[in-house]
Design a protein around this ligand. Structure first.
Ligand code: ISE
Length: 341
């Protein structure tokens, strides 16, 4: 039986998931789209062949027309919509982050525990990226000795215009914050935020930012996040192990539309993607396929981020925000049991 899916939100990610459904996802069909901007919802629904249009996420969730929901509304609506879908017994794929604050994310985990059913998958798609998966598989074998350090770089072409310095952490850096402990197999225990000279091209946030994070095993992880890098979408990750150094290939070679390096006129060149969609296209497709399969059985895909994983990530992100607000002091990450109260 085909899973009837509804998408809430018609921004970049709502559109991207709809496009993936239109190109065929086994076992699932997009049947409904919701957005307060009903014109945008109607036009996406028409493009994707979805028959129902709603002017709010709540109406879509309550409609009885969907078996499962993708939440791609702005971050501040994620937790409330997720709880509503859970209460209706609908499996959810909520875009990251589950919430900008650990308190809101904890609210979702509380409700999930009360309801006694885990129906929430959080869209940390890097967990489905072939490159990150290969890093993880290699670490698990132990063939390179112990992990000693990791270095990550996360650069966007330009930032969401209204974003703040905290949003850089809770919306962008949150990817590394989720991926690093997933790779290392150890939770982040201490964090420290720092920055130096900022770009004059962006006024609302400090950019770039730099994070030092230590996991429970004492491994040091460095993260640079720059949301106004201009030159291209660029995500790097390097693992420093005892007997080897393992890293993701540089981005241009991974862009599906332009997988070659061209040398011409005394110049070597290759295209960077303008944003995350081409870079993580394979990850998004794999994530959606796995989620549709799992949601049909009211499950969460193996390896995907659960609500508790997402709470853990937001909890670390909030500790980084605290470090930033306190002038870059080191902050101990509170245990999530503490946050859950
Ligand atoms: C965006 O929401 C994403 O999730 C992208 O992967 C990330 O690179 C970007 O910084 C975020 O704003």
């Amino acid at each position: 039986e085909t899973l009837r899916v509804g998408i809430i939100g018609t921004g970049v990610m709502g559109q991207d998931h709809a496009r993936n459904f239109a190109s065929g996802i086994a076992g699932g069909r997009l049947v409904a789209v919701a957005d307060v901007n009903t014109a945008a919802a109607s036009s996406l629904a028409a493009q994707a062949g979805a028959e129902h249009v709603f002017s709010s996420g709540e109406e879509l969730i309550d409609s009885g027309e969907v078996d499962a929901v993708i939440i791609a509304a702005p971050d501040r609506f994620h937790a409330g919509l997720t709880i509503r879908a859970m209460e209706r017994g609908l499996p959810v794929l909520c875009e990251k982050p589950l919430a900008p604050t650990a308190d809101e994310a904890a609210g979702v985990v509380h409700r999930e525990r009360e309801l006694g059913e885990s129906l929430v998958t959080v869209g940390f798609m890097r967990r489905f990226d072939p490159g990150y998966l290969a890093l993880k598989q290699r670490l698990v074998t132990g063939m390179d000795g112990a992990l000693l350090m990791s270095h990550s770089v996360h650069r966007n072409v330009d930032a969401h215009p209204d974003g703040t310095s905290s949003d850089t952490i809770t919306n962008s850096g949150i990817h590394e914050i989720d991926t690093i402990p997933w790779l290392a197999g150890s939770p982040i225990a201490h964090v420290q935020w720092t920055s130096g000279k900022g770009s004059s091209l962006i006024t609302k946030r400090l950019d770039p930012q730099f994070y030092l994070m230590t996991d429970a095993a004492g491994v040091l992880h460095t993260v640079e996040v720059q949301v106004q890098a201009q030159y291209g979408y660029d995500v790097r990750c390097e693992l420093v192990c005892e007997t080897a150094n393992v890293e993701l290939p540089r981005v241009p070679t991974l862009v599906e539309e332009n997988p070659v390096l061209v040398s011409k006129n005394l110049t070597a060149s290759s295209a960077y993607p303008a944003d995350w969609r081409p870079r993580f296209a394979a990850a998004y497709r794999a994530e959606l396929n796995a989620w549709v399969q799992a949601a049909s059985a009211k499950q969460i895909p193996e390896g995907a981020a659960t609500a508790t994983d997402a709470l853990r990530a937001t909890n670390v992100a909030n500790a980084l925000v605290e470090s930033m607000e306190r002038g870059g002091v080191q902050v101990a990450v509170p245990a999530i049991e503490e946050v859950l109260g």
